[in-house]
Design a protein around this ligand. Structure first.
Ligand code: ADE
Length: 235
């Protein structure tokens, strides 16, 4: 069974967007994953099929109605019992380990906010998992859903084809949660900078040790948080 991405949004034309390009676009065409769009407007209420309204108690912007969000999610989950993700700056941080976990599943349902957010009663009643990309505010959940999907899809078997590696890359367990070591390719000399001898020397043991030392140094210098986690795990 291929990985299914269900997207509930008021802007279905934003998809597949970048997910229709490059390796994940090829994989989409080849049926290794699929995308199903669900237009929030189809679940709108009243003559104008409204999906949002002004915030109770006042304040700027518009709030996605709980009844509309719930109707859309119920419609999709009835046929597709998959985890429901609500991209939101309030959510748990998105990480490589979440991507790995979700890549093993059958798919996900993303409900995308625009506006000031969604009525809290939708969250209380349907309990979607709120997930954040980081400590900044996007205009909506659509691009956040695309980012998460791109990270997930490259871990879905077959999507990367022969390039499938993933083992050594940044954050991966096989790399001990360290940042990835530096990469080089032709030419041998670029603006007076040469590829380090150890990289092209052919001594695989020496190269592995060098890459490991580079990964550790990069992580220690750039990411005190990851470095502290690494030291804790080593103990
Ligand atoms: N929607 C708006 N901001 C977001 C963020 N930082 N992460 C995920 N979804 C969002």
């Amino acid at each position: 069974m291929s990985f299914a991405a269900h997207i509930i949004t008021a802007y279905p034309d934003m998809f597949p967007g970048p997910l229709g390009e490059s390796l994940q676009g090829r994989a989409l065409a080849d049926g290794l994953w699929r995308i199903a769009m669900h237009d929030l407007r189809d679940f709108g209420v009243g003559k104008h099929q409204n999906i949002d309204d002004t915030p109770a108690g006042g304040g700027p912007g518009m709030v996605l109605r709980a009844d509309v969000a719930a109707a859309a999610v119920d419609h999709v989950t009835a046929q597709n019992p998959l985890p429901v993700i609500l991209p939101s700056p309030r959510g748990v941080p998105f990480t490589q380990s979440l991507a790995q976990e979700w890549a093993k599943g059958d798919g996900l349902i993303f409900i995308c906010n625009r506006f000031e957010g969604v009525d809290e009663r939708f969250i209380a009643a349907r309990q979607p998992l709120e997930v954040s990309l980081g400590d900044y505010v996007l205009g909506g959940g659509e691009i956040a859903a695309m980012v998460m999907l791109e990270a997930i899809l490259r871990l879905v078997p077959g999507v990367m084809g022969k390039l499938e590696s993933g083992a050594d890359e940044s954050f991966s367990p096989a790399n001990d949660g360290l940042l990835e070591y530096p990469q080089y390719t032709r030419p041998q000399s670029f603006e007076g900078l040469d590829i380090p001898d150890v990289v092209t020397g052919g001594d695989h043991k020496k190269l592995a040790a060098w890459r490991r030392a580079q990964a550790e140094a990069l992580t220690q210098n750039r990411r005190a948080d990851l470095w502290a986690d690494f030291l804790k795990r080593k103990k």
